[in-house]
Write a protein that binds this ligand. Sequence first.
Ligand code: C5P
Length: 313
Amino acid sequence: MEKIRVQAPAKVNLHLAVGERRPDGFHGLESIFLALAFGDTVQLEMMPGKKMPEIVMEGEETPFEPIPPEENIVFRAISLFGNRTGFTRGIRAIVEKRIPPGGGLGGGSSDAAAALLALNSLAGGPLEAAALAEIGASLGSDVPFFLARTAAAWVSGRGEHVQPVSVPVHALALLHWVLVNPGFSSGTGTAFRLLDEFRDSGAPQARFLPKEALLGALTTHPASWPFFNDFLPAFLDNSGTNGAVYREILAQLVELGADFTGLSGSGSTCFGVFGEEEAARTAEKSLATVWPFVKTTEILKTSLCIKNCLRSE
Ligand code: C5P
């Protein structure tokens, strides 16, 4: 087996509660992650005679600057895998990029998880899930979710505790999600610092809602969802963080008929949830005249398999 293609789905955080800053600098969080039926594709192939990983970024134009290969998270994933296993044969990774980078949709993390799974398979499976998850967590807090290949999960800790949740197919899976990215990226570290400052300045403190109540709400109508994203009030409050842009997008989504609106991750992508596909498509068309990236999608209904999804050629 010399070549493997793996799906790298995007995610949304339907709910994201952020706790206090911990002594290790990270924040405890409680989040509902949903994988989307939209994303990147990562193809790995052996390159006999080469040593350094080669990363090729392909796909639709994004409004963002390209980054040097060594800073690419897929490059780092392949290097870490090599250090851990001694598997250092030449690898070329071709990433078909559709997910806007730095947009809170987990694009880089999903690419890294896909690369680790593909590489482990190419190498004959030297690492168990726990070892892959350990490498994944060192690459980024969202990577463990994507390694779990689950369609939905309750995620806690700093992101490393991933508890798969079954998707209510007659509720959540029927909805239409309109993603709107305003054309700028949002740095994760900066967003957490801003949230700390916001709370230090007297804003409401961290609060975690009971997990059972939140998971139970997945089967209810979006108009009554209790979900929130702790970053959003901090962004809206701060004129230096594009608060006006988020306010505008969210208002437009409501105006166009969204039953629920939110922000994914630490930004910058907002989303609106629609019951009717036609309303979602109409909203998508209208928003696409204003914002550089607008996409209607659904959530994945079933877990992503690992073995059968790895196509060898
Ligand atoms: O893990 P990731 O690379 O996504 O994190 C980037 C930065 O975001 C971390 O260095 C940390 O400052 C912040 N972070 C955090 N708490 C988390 C996840 C990330 O404070 N749970």
